[in-house]
Every structure is written in structure tokens, then in C-alpha cells.
Design a protein around this ligand. Structure first.
Ligand code: NAD
Ligand code: NAI
Ligand code: ISE
Length: 336
């Protein structure tokens, strides 16, 4: 059985996902693409040699009879309308983060999915599929370092374009931690605070960079998360858990250890596409399997909502300078 897939948004990640489904994974075929920039969609069809129709709108693509499942890879503000339309059409939908740009938008998706009566939505929080994060979770679940007390995390990008604004440090970048940390700890958030260190000279004037997000969980764990998106030297993700009887850290990506020119070194990756390449492969293979077996799993619309509530509160904290509480709606039984 081949799952016929339509991709909305053929930019950086839309093209990369279309490539992996076509060249690396099994069980899926890209039969439809759409992008507001139609030349971009056509260029991706040509570059990847796809046998796929280019649609004029994402909504037409969703309605197409030969599309079984939809990948939403367009800009964040467009996600909600496409995910709601896919649920309405009874189609499986994989949505890149964020699920929607507001918590209310995510809740509308949660309500629509509950009404549909079965899981149709998987959110692109790929870190849950990363081997390193899975090892960390296993160590915590097995109580190997006792109860977690504190976490020290960093999310660093080499550079960002000038369209990247201060709020995006939370809604576009830290959103990955806001998902993966609650999953690691089996916990939810109590409060968010943002403090601003001295700004780097390597930033556009309108952007506060770096930032430190200080998080408290309902269980009392304290987390500091450095978000530094013009760090220059590479794409670097750090996560250290301090427990009652030990410390567990996210492993570094595998890399050659070089002895050369009087130096001992390893390279640091620079692109998110490479840092999490295996996780993207595994998450999408899991989505295709979920479509085949009618049991879509992985990060749910509820997880998308939980991350968005935390992000809303962190954005409020960016602006107020105060400690802002995180208030979530009750979890529907549907999500276990
Ligand atoms: P991008 O700008 O390269 O690509 C987005 C594409 O969407 C563009 O080609 C744009 O023309 C198209 N688009 C915008 N509005 C559209 C619409 N209404 N209908 C159809 N197409 C539309 O962006 P990107 O880097 O590929 O990011 C896309 C999404 O993927 C974002 O939500 C981003 O947060 C997410 N993303 C996730 C990760 C990850 O690590 N999981 C990494 C990168 C991007
Ligand atoms: P991008 O800017 O490269 O691509 C976005 C594409 O969406 C563009 O081609 C744009 O023309 C298209 N688009 C915008 N509005 C559209 C619409 N209404 N209909 C159809 N197409 C539309 O952006 P990128 O980096 O690919 O990010 C896309 C999404 O993927 C974002 O939500 C981003 O957060 C997410 N993302 C996730 C990553 C991850 O690690 N999971 C990494 C990078 C991005
Ligand atoms: C991008 O959209 C991603 O999702 C990357 O994983 C993240 O590191 C980057 O900051 C975002 O812009």
C-alpha cells in the first residue's frame, strides 16, 4: 500500500521532507505540491524529479481525491487553516512546528480532532525521535540519576535572517525545547521568565540575542535555556539534567575525532537539516506507518497545544520582564 502525499509549502523543510519521502523512506509517494510561490513548487518538482501535480492552492490540494495525507510545511501563520481543512476532509496531516501560532488556534485543532473521533494529526517535534534524547529519557525513566532537579539547556543557531524577530526566539526556536522538555520530564510548566544578557554585535538591531528563558515546572524542576541564534560557530543543541544522584547530558552528534596540524578536534554541525537528519527520517516514516495502519501517533495536537501555551506565556514574559504563569485547559480523555 502506498500513501499518496501532498506537500503544502515547498521551502527549506518542505523540499527536504519531499526528498526523504522520495529517496530514503518507504511506503509514501509525493503526488501533489503547492506553494504560494508556484515557481518554487515547480522547481522542487523538477529538482527531485517528482511525478506530482502542482496545485494553485493548499485547499485544492487537500480536497484532491488522490491525496491520502498532507504535509504542512508552509510558514507558521498558515498552519492552522490547513490542518483544520485536512481534519475536515478526514485526511491524515503531518504539521511542521508550530501547530498554530497561538494556543487558541491549537485548541481549535484539538477540538476538531476530538470531534473527528480519531488521531489524524502528527506535529513535527522531531527531537522526540532523536536517539540522544531517547537515551536521556530512558535514563530519567529508569531513575538512573534520581529525581531531576535542574536542567541547563542551550539552543544555538549560527545566524538568522533579518526577518527573524525577538518573538521568534520563542515561537520558532525555543518551541522545540518547550515540547521536548515536558516529554523528557513527564511534567508540565508552571511559569516562564525571560532575561536578556548583553546583546551580541552580530545581530540585526531589531533582535534581542541572546536570551535566557527561565522555566519552572509543576513538579518544581528549574530550567535555564539559552537561546542564541547568531552564535556564529555552528548549530549546537545542549541539554543537561542534574538529578539527585548524578548528571545526564544529551550526547554530541557522532563525528570524527581529528589529530591534525598540532590540533585535536571534531567538527561542529552548522545546519539543523544535518543535526536532526535521522530524527526527521524516523518521524516521517512513523507518520507513513500511522497512515497505513490508521493509527497515527507521535507528538499529538495536544502536545502542539501544550507547547503553544508555554510559548504564549514566554512571549508575554519577554515583553513584561515578569514571571508569567502557564495556564493550560483540561486535557481531553481522547489524548490519554
Ligand atoms: P521556508 O520559508 O523555506 O519554506 C516555507 C514555504 O512555504 C515557502 O516556500 C513559502 O512560499 C511557502 N508558503 C508560505 N505560505 C504558504 C501557503 N499559504 N501555502 C503554500 N505555501 C506557502 O520555511 P522552512 O524553513 O521550510 O519552514 C517551514 C516550516 O517548517 C515552519 O513552520 C518551520 O517552523 C518548520 N521548520 C521546522 C524545522 C524542524 O526542525 N522541525 C526546521 C525548519 C523549519
Ligand atoms: P521556508 O520559508 O523555507 O518555507 C516556507 C514555504 O512556505 C515558502 O516556500 C513559502 O512560500 C511557503 N508558504 C508560505 N505560505 C504559504 C501558503 N499559504 N501556502 C503555501 N505555501 C506557503 O521555511 P522553512 O524553514 O521551510 O519552515 C517552514 C516550516 O517548517 C515552519 O513552520 C518552520 O517552523 C518549520 N521548520 C521546522 C524545522 C524543524 O526542525 N522541525 C526546521 C525548520 C523549519
Ligand atoms: C527553525 O525553524 C527550526 O525549527 C530549527 O530547528 C531551529 O533551530 C531554528 O531556530 C528555527 O528557525
Amino acid at each position: 500500500m502506498t500513501i499518496r502525499i501532498g506537500v503544502i509549502g515547498t521551502g527549506a523543510i518542505g523540499e527536504d521532507h519531499a526528498r526523504r519521502i522520495t529517496q530514503t523512506l518507504s511506503g509514501g509517494k509525493i503526488v501533489a505540491v503547492n506553494d504560494v510561490n508556484q515557481d518554487q513548487a515547480r522547481a522542487v518538482v523538477d529538482r527531485l524529479g517528482l511525478d506530482a501535480k502542482v496545485y494553485e492552492s493548499g485547499h485544492e490540494l487537500i480536497q484532491a481525491d488522490d491525496v491520502d495525507a498532507v504535509l504542512v510545511c508552509s510558514w507558521g501563520p498558515t498552519h492552522e487553516e490547513f490542518v483544520l481543512a485536512a481534519i475536515e476532509a478526514g485526511k491524515y496531516v503531518f504539521c511542521e512546528k508550530p501547530l498554530a501560532t497561538t494556543a487558541e488556534g491549537c485548541l481549535r485543532i484539538v477540538e476538531a480532532e476530538v470531534k473527528a473521533g480519531k488521531r489524524l494529526v502528527q506535529v513535527g517535534f522531531m527531537r522526540r525521535y532523536d536517539k540522544g534524547y531517547q537515551q536521556l529519557k530512558q535514563a530519567l525513566d529508569n531513575n538512573e540519576i534520581g529525581a531531576p532537579l535542574m536542567m541547563h539547556c542551550a539552543h544555538r543557531n549560527p545566524t538568522v535572517p533579518d526577518r527573524y524577530v525577538t518573538e521568534m526566539a520563542i515561537v520558532d526556536t525555543a518551541i522545540h525545547e518547550l515540547d521536548v522538555l515536558r516529554w523528557l520530564l513527564n511534567d508540565d510548566y508552571k511559569s516562564m521568565q525571560v532575561v536578556y544578557p548583553k546583546g551580541t554585535k552580530n545581530r540585526f538591531e531589531h533582535l534581542a540575542d541572546p536570551q535566557i528563558l527561565l522555566i519552572e515546572t509543576l513538579g518544581g524542576v528549574r530550567i535555564d535555556l539559552e537561546i542564541f541564534v547568531n552564535c556564529q560557530y555552528g548549530y549546537d543543541i545542549q541539554c543537561q539534567v542534574v538529578g539527585e544522584s548524578g548528571i545526564a547530558s544529551l550526547p554530541e552528534p557522532q563525528s570524527l575525532l581529528m589529530r591534525k596540524d598540532t590540533k585535536l578536534y571534531t567538527n561542529v554541525l552548522v545546519d539543523w537539516k544535518d543535526r536532526f537528519i535521522e530524527s526527521y527520517d524516523i518521524e516521517l516514516q512513523d507518520f507513513i506507518r500511522g497512515c497505513e495502519q490508521d493509527t497515527v501517533g507521535g507528538p499529538s495536537a495536544w502536545d502542539g497545544y501544550a507547547a503553544a501555551v508555554a510559548a504564549d506565556s514566554a512571549v508575554k514574559a519577554q515583553q513584561s520582564g515578569a514571571i508569567e504563569s502557564v495556564e493550560m485547559a483540561g486535557r481531553p480523555a481522547f489524548y490519554g
